[in-house]
Design a binder for this molecule. Structure first.
Ligand code: NAD
Length: 270
């Protein structure tokens, strides 16, 4: 095991059984951190990228925990629905009981569906807002006292959809704009305590969001979409997001920022 910048630190990653959460957890572990993996197997709603209540997030996180342990770091899976305050509070309590502190809180769990506003069910709006916005608020609220003690850092997974619009994604886009706003306000609220708060804005990562929801609704294959919309001509990876998380977790003078990792998508006007 090599000594690295995050040696002795403890991170929590929500949605860690998913692709991007997994990439973030792996890179934080590679940088030396112990990692608590928070996810759920069953949601209250089928309005998500799996199109089912059964998402198997915690099940997947168990395999990742084994992988992280083989890297020489400690890991623990906590079943936690980020929309439930009691589960979120207990996740933070269990982290501190088991690992002694909470240094890096990554609010990454997120869901997507595709529907124009005119056809959007109220329950669909509520589901996406609950996970993507209320989930970040609840995890922030519960982790702030511990982050103050550790002078730690919070990292929120937003999206390029936090900056631009997309037809059929009004609810998702609104939720990610909210995460961007929350990130800026949290950065200001926590700066006096030397806690930093930043956002990662992924572009296109080939996860169930694309595979099951977005690509089937678009013309052309996934590879054709990538070639058409990304100036660098390739999609982004969970590890790209993980390396940005490590940057945020190790730089004490960056706060309130949202960094896009999108191969130039959002620079393109034609
Ligand atoms: P994913 O489906 O691979 O992972 C999402 C994870 O969140 C799943 O493991 C799921 O079980 C978990 N989850 C869902 N609801 C939850 C809840 N209530 N409580 C706890 N966990 C819950 O998706 P992903 O693409 O890795 O998405 C991760 C984040 O990245 C999301 O916030 C998403 O909006 C954002 N994002 C993704 C892309 C992309 O191209 N894939 C682009 C921009 C932003």
């Amino acid at each position: 095991m090599s000594t690295t910048e995050l040696d002795g630190k403890t991170a929590v990653v929500t949605g860690a059984g998913g692709q991007i959460g997994g990439g973030i957890a792996r890179e934080l572990a590679r940088a030396g951190s112990d990692v608590v993996l928070a996810d759920v197997d069953v949601l209250d709603t089928a309005y998500n990228q799996q199109g089912s209540e059964d998402v198997h997030g915690a099940e997947t996180a168990h395999a990742l925990a084994d992988e992280i342990e083989t890297m020489g770091r400690r890991s623990m899976v906590v079943e936690c629905d980020v929309t439930k305050a009691d589960q979120v509070e207990s996740m933070v309590d269990r982290t501190v009981e088991e690992f002694g502190a909470l240094d890096v809180m990554v609010n990454n769990a997120g869901i997507i569906t595709l529907s124009p506003v005119e056809e959007l069910d109220e329950a669909e709006w509520d589901s996406v807002m609950d996970v993507n916005v209320k989930g970040v608020y609840l995890c922030a609220k519960a982790s702030i006292p511990e982050l103050r003690k550790s002078t730690g850092t919070m990292i929120n997974t937003a999206s390029i959809a936090g900056e631009i619009g997309a037809a059929g994604l009004g609810h998702y886009v609104a939720s990610k704009h909210a995460v961007m706003g929350l990130t800026k306000c949290l950065a200001l609220e926590l700066a006096p305590d030397d806690v930093t708060v930043n956002a990662i804005c992924p572009g296109i990562v080939n996860t169930p969001m694309w595979e099951k929801v977005l690509t089937p609704a678009m013309e052309g294959s996934y590879d054709e979409i990538i070639g058409d919309v990304i100036p660098l001509g390739r999609d982004q990876t969970p590890e790209d997001m993980g390396r940005l998380a490590v940057y945020f977790a190790t730089n004490r003078n960056v706060t309130g920022e949202a960094v896009k990792v999108d191969g130039g998508i959002t620079q393109n006007v034609i």
